[in-house]
Every structure is written in structure tokens, then in C-alpha cells.
Design a protein around this ligand. Structure first.
Ligand code: ZN
Length: 68
């Protein structure tokens, strides 16, 4: 299995993500909806909303959890 990397899952304000104010935890590039490769509804508890993001600059893939 892959080594656990805490940067692989970040918790952000949903509005900040939509406004491209969230930085990639690997290279610091701003990421937003266009960097999302998948959005999903299966992260408990509420609100169940998160996205898989691939950084357009460094190519790292990480999970973005939206806090309410
Ligand atoms: Zn990056």
C-alpha cells in the first residue's frame, strides 16, 4: 500500500476552492474547480462533499474535503 501522506487529503472552505484560493499542498499552485478530476458525495458525515484534484502544475493528486 502507499505510504500515508497527510497532504494527500486537505480540508478547505468550499467557497475558497471555488474562488481558486486553495493552494496545492505540494507546490503551492492555486487550484480550483477546473483541477478537479472527480467530485464525490461519499465522504461522511455531513455535508458529504469532496473532490479529487490533480494539480495542473506538479501533477500531484489529492483529496479536497469541503467543510461547511
Ligand atoms: Zn502542485
Amino acid at each position: 500500500m502507499a505510504v500515508t501522506d497527510s497532504r494527500r487529503r486537505i480540508e478547505v472552505d468550499r467557497h475558497a476552492f471555488l474562488e481558486y484560493q486553495v493552494s496545492c499542498p505540494y507546490c503551492g499552485a492555486k487550484v480550483g474547480p477546473r483541477a478537479a478530476t472527480r467530485e464525490h458525495l461519499d465522504v461522511p458525515p455531513n455535508p458529504p462533499y469532496a473532490a479529487t484534484v490533480k494539480c495542473p502544475k506538479c501533477g500531484e493528486i489529492f483529496e479536497v474535503l469541503f467543510r461547511s
